[in-house]
Design a protein around this ligand. Structure first.
Ligand code: ATP
Ligand code: MG
Length: 874
């Protein structure tokens, strides 16, 4: 069975059991401070499990894009080295939210694997949670009995808390699980050792394929377990591993999911897959990583220097480095594989096809710059090796390796490989210590602790009224404390709130909570999954009181100006530059707006002016806001609404329109009622923000006015400085012209002086046997004139040997020039001579045998240069 068919069969199987298919959520996670990337199918259903949100469907099936390269699940170092862990993989899942539980989950899993996919029952093992004394939990008897009814008892394995108790994080929903493992060894091996003994032993051929999690507890921050109000099923099956089992392969990479990539790579590198271990690992690393990189870029995460962007940059660099070291790629190569990604995954994940060109471009630029870094790192290493050999040492210190890694992005295993090749070793322990020290430093700087929610009112309905009101009557539902080095802060959730939570680039509202007895400042508002969380510096003395929740209206209005202007800007950019413009990031606050978009070249002044003109024209047209809430997503798309890649949209969306033929966007932000409120729009900068991405910063309203006023007063000041000429431009031009003329005159004077000096010097040559020597000290305006003088002295004298020690604008410089014939006949070398003499001025230099120069630090040493030269050569 082909991979595509295997995927669709999974979905269809669960659809036939009344499951609703939902598409994968983006691989890049927004609105969750605890997670950078989706690492399991359950992430997008977290709120349903936590009870923050009612599940839309009680039964769901999906294939989720997952990435396990950071945080709790980090498989990066295994990837490529083994044959069944990937960075990015698809997790197939079936879900029950308060509906069926262990019985159906177990029976259906078995039916699908053995009857539909036809896996050999004889090769499957299942595990059951054996209980844990610390958590006061016994054996999962229910699961055990259900399995016993379908598989022989000797195929059921008892699993410890480590393998068979699934937890989302330190706190949150959790429960026992049952895993299904498959033994893919050849029969001969199976006869020798029983598969059961190899389960969970990191054996390459006896691997876990499916994990059925039965959520029934919530772990709270004191570590204890509380039963969940309703029980749920969360299953995750590694798609690539399943395909391998069904296609009877001994490695995930031998399936039709990876084969086209391996073939392309073999062709490009001229190497063969399957012959030599280090080369094979490189092949696997590359065909794995290109998927992770492409999918995350498609979901809006560009490689960068921090957080999620840095994780992606590291994956990309790992691939480039393996290609460089083992497959001989010295030029960018990864980007070429993106067309295969589009071909092979575009049907189920259309985003990688739609953005293929952009993804390729971003990867190409990253590769190019990293290859340069690699090159620089190699040169640095050469220098380090030379220094070590001078000292007769054979170990590269951990600190040096860490510096290479930290400052130049130079990976440890490459340093270690090169060390080995040069007969050196590497102090890895020292490296790890440096790394730990750095981690501790950064952890100490950022550590904060989050307390449990304290429930104030048992009311779970959270209502956002901020599109229509800036004030509301509210009660606190729950609060918690956040402590860090600076002290305690609090987060509050209200039953009704006008506060807009930071999202879609727009900053969170600030304002006040006012009760009869006190006024508490709200310093920020953020979203955590589907909760709206208000940040306050102090907890209200009486949290149960009734509050007036009041948004800082002035800040909100200024922010709205910039948000609406951002929409107008995006449409204007499309008109001026073309339809390829896509939003890549945005920030909107009360001071300004920042808009990142895909485009490959710098905007010209004319293009910027045109964009400004269009936006200002739209402002003057006073276009009213048209806001539609709860529009079915399909309907919104039909209206031509612009959506963002990597944004998770629900079935119903909000559409913001300013002139239906100009700007229609899916947007959750707040906007001006009509465009004239914005007043004025001005772009203040345009620059590159990442490869293939430009960034525009702009201001509106009063800020734009202030900007023009400042420009105006600048011109006034210049005018005054120039004594108020009639024509400012003309007077600046004539100033510049005057300056140029003066410069020329000065140069002429210098020349005249130099030629006077030359005449003097020509008289000072000392004639010897077949050689005319001049050793002199002098002052000159610049280095060029020294060179020129030296050449002229040589050209105008036969058999000249000239040493000039010059004071050039307070800095000592030496020039040595020798007639070409003398180099051999008198065995003279200007380079050597200048280096020797330069010691007197604490400097260095060099050049050719006939002409060389040196600069130095010690002006007073010029005298000694002359004395020494005379001692040596006269
Ligand atoms: P393993 O012990 O093999 O790393 P796991 O216990 O980390 O697996 P789960 O977190 O239970 O796995 O994830 C559910 C399923 O996802 C696994 O049964 C497996 O099939 C698949 N899976 C997990 N990690 C990876 C990975 N890095 N690459 C591919 N598939 C994976
Ligand atoms: Mg794992």
């Amino acid at each position: 069975m082909e991979a595509k068919k295997i995927r669709s069969t999974f979905i269809e199987f669960f659809q036939s059991k009344q499951h609703h298919y939902v598409p994968s959520s983006p691989i890049v996670v927004k609105n969750d401070p605890t997670l950078m990337f989706t690492n399991a199918g359950m992430n997008q259903f977290k709120d349903a499990f936590l009870g923050n949100e009612l599940a839309k469907y009680s039964r769901v099936a999906n294939s989720q894009k997952c990435l396990r390269v950071s945080g709790k699940h980090n498989d990066l170092e295994e990837v490529g080295v083994d044959t069944y862990h990937h960075t990015m993989f698809e997790m197939l899942g079936n879900w029950s939210f308060g509906d069926y539980f262990k019985k159906e989950a177990i029976q259906w899993a078995w039916e699908l694997l053995t009857e539909v996919y036809g896996l050999d029952k004889d090769r499957l093992y299942v595990s059951v949670f054996q209980g844990d004394a610390g958590d006061n939990l016994g054996l999962d008897q229910e699961a055990y009995d259900l399995w016993k009814a379908i598989v022989p008892e000797d195929r059921i394995i008892m699993g410890s808390k480590k393998d068979n108790f699934w937890e989302m994080g330190d706190v949150g929903p959790c429960g026992p699980c049952s895993e299904i493992h498959v033994d893919l060894r050849p029969d001969a091996d199976r006869a020798l050792i029983e598969g059961k003994d190899l389960v969970n032993m990191d054996h390459e051929q006896v691997i876990e394929i499916w994990n059925l999690v039965f959520m029934q507890f919530n772990r709270v921050s004191d570590g204890s377990l509380k039963p969940l109000p309703a029980t749920h099923v969360d299953t995750g099956m590694g798609f690539e591993r399943l395909v391998r089992a069904i296609q009877h392969k001994s490695s995930n990479y031998d399936t039709d999911l990876f084969a086209p990539f391996l073939t392309a790579l073999a062709k490009k590198s001229g190497k063969v897959y399957g012959e030599d271990l280090p080369t094979d690992i490189a092949f696997r690393v590359i065909v794995d990583h290109i998927r992770a990189i492409s999918f995350t870029i498609a979901d809006g995460q560009l490689p960068s220097n921090n957080k999620a962007g840095y994780v992606i940059r590291r994956i990309l660099r790992r691939a480039v480095r393996y290609g460089y070291t083992f497959l001989g790629f010295q030029e960018p190569f990864l980007y070429e594989l993106t067309s295969l990604i589009a071909d092979n995954f575009g049907d189920i994940f259309p985003e990688v096809r739609q953005q293929q060109e952009f993804i390729a471009k971003v990867i190409f630029e990253e590769e190019t710059s990293f290859l340069r870094t690699l090159d620089n790192g190699l040169k640095m290493l050469d220098q380090i090796k030379a220094e070590l050999s001078e000292k007769g040492e054979k170990v590269i210190p951990g600190k040096t390796a860490f510096e290479l890694y930290d400052t130049f992005g130079f990976p440890l295993d490459l340093t270690s490989l090169i060390a080995r090749e040069s007969g050196l070793s590497l102090d890895e322990k020292g490296f790890v210590q440096e790394m730990e020290a750095q981690k501790t430093r950064s952890r100490a700087a950022s550590e904060s602790e989050t307390g449990d929610w304290v429930i104030v009112n048992e009311d779970n309905g959270v209502e956002f009224v901020g599109y229509d009101f800036l004030k509301a009557h509210a009660h606190i539902i729950k609060y918690r404390v956040i402590s860090d080095k600076k002290g305690d802060k609090y987060q509050l959730v209200l039953d009704k709130t006008p506060f807009y939570a930071e999202s879609g680039g727009q900053v969170g509202d600030t304002g006040w909570l006012i009760s009869d007895t006190e006024k508490v400042k709200v310093i920020n508002t953020k979203r955590e999954n589907d909760l709206i969380v208000h940040f306050v510096e102090k907890l209200p003395a009486n949290p149960e009181a009734a509050f007036g929740a009041e948004v800082d209206a002035e800040k909100r209005f200024l922010t709205e100006n910039n948000h609406t202007a951002t929409h107008l800007l995006q449409s204007a950019l499309k008109e001026v530059l073309g339809d390829h413009i896509q939003q890549r990031g945005s920030l909107v606050n009360q001071n300004q707006l920042r808009f990142d978009f895909s485009h490959f070249s710098k905007l010209s002044d004319a293009e910027i002016a045109k964009v400004e003109d269009i936006v200002n024209e739209k402002i003057r047209q006073n276009i009213p806001l048209s806001e539609q809430r709860n529009v079915p997503i399909e309907e919104a798309k039909k209206q031509g609404a612009t959506a963002l890649f990597g944004e998770k949209y629900g079935d119903f969306v909000r559409v913001i329109t300013f002139d239906k033929d100009f700007s229609v966007e899916l947007c959750g932000g707040t906007h001006v009622p009509q465009t004239s409120k914005i007043g004025l729009f001005k772009i203040i900068s345009e620059a590159s923000s990442a490869s293939g991405v430009r960034r525009i910063e702009a201001i509106t309203a009063k800020s734009a006015e202030d900007y023009f006023r400042k420009q105006e007063s600048l011109v006034k000041e210049i005018q005054e400085l120039l004594k108020n000429p009639k024509d400012l431009m003309k007077s600046i031009e004539s100033l510049l012209q005057e300056k140029n003329e003066l410069k020329k005159e000065l140069e002429a004077l210098h020349l005249e002086k130099a030629s006077g000096v030359k005449v003097e010097l020509l008289k000072q040559f000392v004639t010897g046997e077949g050689i005319n020597t001049l050793i002199a000290q002098l002052e000159l305006p610049n280095a060029d004139s020294l060179k020129k003088l030296a050449y002229e002295l040589k050209n105008e004298t036969e058999n000249a040997f000239v040493i000039l020690a010059a004071n050039i604008d307070g800095k000592p410089q030496i020039a040595v020039i020798i007639d070409e014939d003398l180099i051999k006949s008198k065995d003279l070398n200007a380079g050597q001579i200048v280096r020797e003499l330069a010691k007197e001025i604490q400097g260095g230099g060099g050049g050719q045998a006939f002409f060389a120069t040196a600069g130095g630090k010690n002006l007073a040493g010029l005298e000694n240069v002359v004395t020494k030269a005379k001692d040596l050569y006269l």
